[in-house]
Design a binder for this molecule. Structure first.
Ligand code: CP
Length: 330
């Protein structure tokens, strides 16, 4: 009997059927921001911009009619899961939602590779969130269909970083020359890991503000240092806020701490209030991947510089663009 071991996959952009198969990103996985060049980002943002115009004009359209997305989430999600669902449905496709693996055969002990090989029998693309670093890369080894990493533990969250960059570009009109200050849990925050790497494709300055035990991982600082990106670490926001064009706030992630007393000792280290905003630039934007649990006071929401709700909407357009691209329709 023939034996199959991974990878028995195609993942080639030259599939011999259908139209538009030479489109950039057709059939490709989206696993890490490390796979993108500046020109890729320009392309993605161009498509995302077109998606925005289409949604504003017609709401939904049939670009991906007949295509099916499997949304496979081993960790909780509101934004990523529902924005991918909305993206697929606005493009005329449909979704298999597995937002609670407890009710799937995962609870019977099914492995990730087998779950992936099952879902790709029914779907054309799989969005995966998983608590382990590298889970999406593992899934991609087994899958014939594109895998999109929707967050792998404390590793990466590439689609979040893409939407973050699209937000900055849409709100400020430029990336080069800006100063981005990241605040909060920079150790476990996968969104800031991916965003810092993506920003390093531009001429930016990065400030990291965090409690000592939640500093940006040294390997990321080293990686960006090798690319001559100016970076500095702080334990207070005051010295860097007035120079910042973007203040990127993150939640201290209770679920990543083994010792809850340690979590309690750092959870309220930084809270953005209307008073904080007095010292910020008039054109600075405040971003947050959300959910927030108190690190930005609700009284900040009315400030026009609070971009975190607009940021979620930009995410819809970016995820529409990614789905269309990997399915060869952009
Ligand atoms: N930003 C983000 O990943 O949010 P969810 O956990 O709700 O998907």
């Amino acid at each position: 009997m023939a034996t199959f071991s991974p990878p028995f996959r195609r993942k080639s952009p030259y599939m011999p059927f259908g139209d538009q198969r030479n489109a950039p990103f057709y059939g490709r996985d989206i696993l890490s921001v490390k796979q993108f060049k500046r020109s890729d980002l320009e392309y993605i943002f161009g498509v995302a911009h077109e998606m925005r115009e289409m949604v504003e004009r017609v709401g939904s359209f049939d670009l991906l009619k007949g295509k099916i997305l499997a949304n496979l989430f081993y960790e909780p999600s509101t934004r990523t899961s529902s924005s991918f669902t909305s993206a697929m449905e606005r493009l005329g496709g449909s979704v298999i939602p597995i937002n609670e693996v407890r009710y799937s055969s995962v609870s019977k002990g099914e492995s990730l590779p087998d779950t992936i090989r099952t879902l790709e029998c029914y779907a054309d693309v799989i969005v995966l969130r998983h608590p382990e670093v590298g889970a999406s890369a593992l899934a991609a080894q087994y899958a014939r269909k594109p895998i999109i990493n929707a967050g792998d533990g404390v590793g990466e969250h590439p689609t979040q970083a893409l939407l973050d960059l699209f937000t900055i570009f849409s709100e400020l009109g430029q990336m080069d020359g800006i100063t981005v200050t990241m605040l909060g849990d920079l150790k476990y925050g996968r969104t800031v890991h991916s965003l810092a790497r993506l920003l390093s494709l531009y001429d930016v300055r990065l400030n990291y503000v965090s409690p000592d035990i939640l500093r940006m991982p040294p390997e990321i600082i080293q990686e960006l240092g090798d690319k001559s990106i100016p970076q500095a670490e702080f334990d207070a926001l005051e010295p860097v806020l007035p120079q910042s064009d973007v203040l990127y706030v993150t939640r201290v992630q209770k679920e990543r701490f083994e010792d809850q007393q340690v979590y309690e000792s750092v959870k309220g280290a930084f809270i953005i209030t209307p008073e904080t905003m007095h010292n910020a630039k008039e054109r600075m934007i405040v971003m947050h991947p959300l959910p927030r649990v108190g690190e930005i006071h609700m009284d900040v929401d009315a400030d026009p510089r609070a971009a975190y709700f607009r940021q979620m909407e930009y995410g819809l357009y970016v995820r529409m663009a990614l789905l269309a691209m990997v399915l060869g329709k952009a």
